[in-house]
Design a protein around this ligand. Structure first.
Ligand code: NAP
Length: 155
């Protein structure tokens, strides 16, 4: 099963250059707790901005060059190969960005876990529209953000 995990502000902003515009400890904690022990899929810009594979989680990095050195992580050049491998798997696999990877995988994900960050931030990278395809089923309120869980709308 493919799930997206993302933090965006009220305008769907997720990034500024290669960086996340905010630094919110409680959201990092939520990200770590949610993804620990699972497989992560991410693009090269996101992987390089983290700087290393995240401990306790197998990471698959998308790159157009199959010989890209992803510090021991699996490198994938064909995202549909990952869709076919994981869309209907028992295993929960988290799609972790950035924007280009979210856009590619959004139609194949069953769930979105979205931290909606409060406040005003500057940046230039946005999460795609999803409200037509997904509906919320749970909200968890935090001090600086709220976590909204979405599942795919049934047709
Ligand atoms: N707020 C959040 O929750 C969150 C989470 C993650 C990331 N972000 C932010 O998102 C931004 C990065 O997003 P981005 O879109 O610029 O970069 P990205 O999605 O992280 O990485 C893009 C790179 O991935 C590779 N790639 C993309 N599509 C591919 C495909 N179909 N096949 C093979 N390789 C592919 C390419 O690498 P090569 O060109 O090197 O081959 C491409 O340049 C940053 O600002 C980051 O901080 C935010």
């Amino acid at each position: 099963m493919l799930k997206i995990i993302v933090a965006h502000d009220k305008n769907h902003l997720i990034g500024n250059g290669s960086q996340i515009p905010w630094h919110i400890k409680e959201d990092f904690k939520h990200y770590k707790e949610t993804t620990m022990g699972h497989i992560l899929i991410m693009g090269t810009v996101t992987f390089e901005s983290i700087g290393k594979p995240l401990p306790g989680r197998k990471t698959i990095v998308l790159n157009y060059d199959k010989d890209y050195d992803a510090q021991g992580c699996e490198v994938c050049t064909d995202y549909m190969e990952l869709v076919n491998r994981y869309q209907n798997s028992e295993e929960v696999v988290y799609v972790c960005g950035g924007a280009s990877i979210y856009k590619l995988f959004l139609p194949y994900c069953d769930e979105l876990i979205i931290s909606v960050i409060y406040g005003d931030y500057y940046g230039n990278i946005y999460f795609p529209e999803y409200e037509d395809l997904f509906e919320p089923y749970k909200e968890v309120e935090k001090e600086q953000f709220k976590i909204i869980y979405y599942h795919k709308k049934s047709n």
